[in-house]
Ligand binder design. Structure first.
Ligand SMILES: C[S@@+](CC[C@H](N)C(=O)[O-])C[C@H]1O[C@@H](n2cnc3c(N)ncnc32)[C@H](O)[C@@H]1O
Length: 183
């Protein structure tokens, strides 16, 4: 398994450029990677919780938060998605730029989303659907390199309302999409 920390990339900046200004008072970022999204979001909200399965990523984000003296606003936890939480009631928004390439997650969890590129996203959708509460907003980045049809089906099966709020072409073949899920 590779444990390199995902560096800020096209999908990171796509997410940052298209998130609404107001995400509410309390935001969770799943899969924080380098931490650039959580650090940016922390400027606009009262509290951020960042998780990542990669211990090096959360350790690095925690060090950056302390260095910038915003460790009073950020919590970081090394955990699988949001499985370390009992419920999501204290959050107004959740953000996830997941690994979405069609390759085995165990090979490289920073980019591989599973056989169809969507297995991690679908696991996340099932989890938030169990922990959800009305009014929670969820932002997920997806790429057409993954099997997006399977994600749409999972959302429909869970009766989760969703819409695409932004798209960006990366060259001729790849398109990024930002999904907003309302529970
Ligand atoms: C595409 S990177 C995004 C990183 C960062 N949020 C960004 O936008 O630059 C996906 C991140 O999800 C993390 N990740 C993968 N599987 C995870 C899981 N099951 N639970 C938590 N984090 C996970 C990876 O370690 C990686 O940091």
């Amino acid at each position: 398994m590779k444990w390199s920390v995902y560096p800020p990339s096209d999908d990171t900046y796509f997410l940052l450029d298209n998130l609404p200004r107001n995400l509410g008072d309390s935001v969770a970022e799943v899969g924080c990677g380098s931490g650039v999204v959580s650090l940016q979001v922390a400027k606009k909200t009262k509290r951020v919780l960042a998780t990542d399965i990669n211990f090096h990523a959360v350790k690095r984000l925690w060090e950056k938060a302390k260095m910038r003296k915003i460790d009073t606003k950020i919590d970081v936890i090394c955990c699988d998605l949001l499985s370390c939480l009992r419920n999501l009631r204290s959050f107004s928004s959740i953000i996830f730029n997941p690994p979405y390439l069609p390759c085995e997650w165990i090979e490289d969890p920073s980019v591989c989303g599973g056989e169809n590129g969507v297995e991690i996203v679908i696991k996340f959708i099932d989890l938030v659907n169990r922990l959800k509460y009305p009014g929670l907003k969820i932002f997920i980045v997806l790429s057409n390199r993954a099997n997006i049809k399977k994600v749409n089906e999972a959302l429909e099966n869970n009766r989760i309302k969703f819409r695409v709020i932004a798209t960006k072409s990366l060259g001729f073949f790849e398109e990024l999409r930002l999904y907003l899920l309302t529970l």
